[in-house]
Design a protein around this ligand. Structure first.
Ligand code: ADP
Length: 415
């Protein structure tokens, strides 16, 4: 009797445990089956161990067929040009570097029946105590309709701003004529009104131009012809080109070599300055837009002092900086600065015209070259905008340059 009672209690415990495990599994199955996002679990060998119904719908693979298969046969990722992802851009591979969640908001999945779906993906590695990856969980969201709506919106903005630029340019032209003493006679009051109208029209023209550029940047239609550029000579020339505009505002302009900025090229130490060759693969016209925009901002928001353009770098990175001694940027605004239409709202900035699109466009252009742009700033002391671009080794640069030259010769011979 006693023995039977003991056995029964153990049985009971096992039963309770099994039931609770079963309940837990059922609960997690219910959750996984109910959520709209695809959830895929892969093991250390990148084999799919589990996948929920939403993942099956997104990829077009039946759950039972997907399980036991290498992940990249089921989740085939391509970029906007329909080219397969290289390991370096694939979030499932990037987790081996980051050991943390990797998100990709611009992925596309080729489904089992060769349709393309726009997807947002987040892959989180599963780590053991030694930080070895033992598997990963991917959350996949089908954003095809959102991306279509976004691209239609960008298309609308782009067409509308393109169409509106022409009449605005005409109005600006006529206002300039009316203000020209040689062709029109107007009294002082009329001149004041027309000057205001002229400057507002110029602002409107700039807004349409920026809207057009940002719409193009968003849907990948920005013209871009990258070539090998030696950044040192390029930036020094650009600094010279901008010097006059700085001086017009009573500001000094200097070009600095090295991270510490000790080596200036506009003073007597000029001849002794060591100039490393910093090659990048970029479109010089696009980068000029970026640097000019940073310079224009520096000049707009600085009353006295110096604007410096600097270059530094290491084996892998070329770092450009545009530094000013102006009003600085409040800490709370810094993380939003590169968003569309963001402008710092202080009495000082309110009096200075702008569209809030400049830095957004800068970021989009720098991202074209896998670069990064950010700012460090101190209120009432000044701001430094940094750009990191991938550096081309000298050998690789020469190789690409000679390819560019032979292509140019072939095109020349054909003309
Ligand atoms: P905007 O056309 O308004 O200048 P941007 O996108 O170029 O648009 O800049 C966004 C905001 O960032 C500006 O409105 C300004 O408040 C702030 N900002 C940018 N550069 C500087 C700078 N060098 N110094 C202080 N504030 C700056």
């Amino acid at each position: 009797m006693f023995g039977f009672k003991q056995k029964s209690s153990k049985d009971n415990q096992e039963h309770v445990l099994a039931k609770s495990l079963f309940d837990e599994k059922t609960k997690s199955d219910i959750i996984l089956n109910a959520i709209d996002d695809g959830v895929v679990l892969i093991d250390a060998n990148k084999i799919i161990q589990s996948c929920n119904p939403a993942a099956a719908t997104i990829t077009g693979w039946a759950q039972k067929d997907a399980i036991g298969v290498q992940y990249d046969s089921v989740i085939k990722l391509v970029n906007d040009k329909n080219e397969a992802y290289q390991p370096i851009e694939n979030p499932f591979e990037k987790i081996y570097q980051s050991l943390a969640t990797v998100r990709d908001n611009h992925a596309n999945i080729v489904t089992n029946n060769n349709a393309i779906k726009a997807a947002d993906i987040a892959v989180t590695p599963l780590l053991d105590q030694q930080k070895n990856i033992t598997g990963a969980v991917a959350i996949i969201r089908d954003v095809t309709s959102e991306r279509e709506a976004e691209s239609q919106r960008a298309e609308f903005i782009s067409t509308a701003s393109h169409e509106m630029r022409t009449p605005v340019a005409a109005i600006e032209g006529y206002l300039a004529l009316a203000l020209n003493d040689k062709v029109a006679n107007i009294d002082q009051k009329a001149r004041e009104y027309l000057e205001k109208a002229h400057s507002s029209t110029q602002h409107l023209g700039k807004l349409f131009q920026d809207l057009l550029t940002s719409a193009k940047a968003e849907d990948g239609r920005l013209q871009n012809h990258p070539v090998v550029v030696e950044m040192g000579a390029y930036l020094e020339q650009l600094t010279e080109d901008l010097r006059f505009a700085a001086q017009k505002k009573g500001l000094n302009m200097e070009y600095l070599i090295g991270a510490d900025g000790q080596q200036k090229t506009n003073n007597v130490t000029n001849a002794k300055v060591v100039r490393p060759l910093y090659y990048c693969h970029i479109d010089p016209d696009r980068l000029r837009e970026v640097i000019t925009n940073l310079f224009d901002n520096a000049a707009k928001y600085t009353d006295t002092g110096t604007i410096s353009i600097g270059i530094a770098g290491d084996d892998k990175v070329v770092q450009i900086r545009v530094q000013d001694t102006g009003q600085g940027i409040p800490a709370d605004d810094i993380s939003h600065l590169f968003e569309k239409f963001y402008r710092v709202d202080t009495s000082a900035t309110r009096t200075v015209g702008g569209t809030g699109l400049g830095l957004f466009i800068c970021r989009k252009i720098i991202e074209l070259y896998n670069g990064r742009i950010w700012v460090e700033s101190q209120l009432n002391k000044g701001s430094t905008f940094y750009i990191n671009l991938p550096r081309l080794g000298n050998e690789k640069a020469q190789q690409l340059k000679s390819q560019e030259e032979s292509l140019a010769n072939t095109v020349g011979a054909l003309q």
